[in-house]
Ligand binder design. Structure first.
Ligand SMILES: [Zn+2]
Length: 170
């Protein structure tokens, strides 16, 4: 059994927010574009989690219930983990695009910072959620058909089943 951090959501999000600011700040200072760095950092390192909201709409259509959302009902209902922004695969693409657009310096800088902040986010997620790093590859998740029981550890899947039972889902 791995080491379980099991942090509360506000703490989890605070860590992401702090790391996002830090990622943006580091790149911003290096390239002397602090404001743009911070924007890219927050976007890539924090707002990347908006795919949790998208996942909710994929599963339930255009209605929203905040309690259900925070209970992760979108994941419990579909037994899938899509999380379309969570994937290492975007980073080489962003870096390639940054190189391709290197004449547009600010834009290029923005893409590189976005990729770095996103990468830091996925590594943090892997630690905080105690998921193997490979779970944050979209290709890997696709190879498992995005199936939660296949991607989660037996203990984590067990916890999902308990959460479902508690919510009266099965
Ligand atoms: Zn995340």
């Amino acid at each position: 059994m791995g080491f379980e951090l099991d942090l509360s959501l506000p703490l989890h999000l605070s860590i992401h927010f702090f790391m996002a600011l830090l990622s943006g700040l580091v790149f911003g200072l290096i390239f002397k574009r602090i404001r743009l760095g911070l924007i890219a950092g927050i976007l890539g390192g924090f707002l990347i989690d908006l795919d949790h909201v998208l996942e909710y709409f994929f599963v339930f259509g255009l209605k929203f219930n905040l309690t259900d959302f925070f209970n992760g009902l979108q994941f419990l209902t579909s037994d899938k983990i899509w999380l379309i922004f969570h994937g290492y695969e975007y980073f080489p693409l962003l870096i390639f695009l940054a190189y391709f657009l290197r004449k547009k310096e600010a834009f290029s800088f923005f893409l590189i910072t976005l990729a770095f902040a996103g990468f830091v986010h996925l590594i943090s997620d892997s630690y905080i959620n105690n998921f193997p790093p490979k779970n944050y590859s979209i290709i890997y998740r696709a190879s498992k058909n995005f199936s939660a029981p296949e991607l989660l550890s037996p203990a984590q899947w067990e916890r999902n089943l308990k959460a479902k039972a508690k919510l009266g889902m099965e």
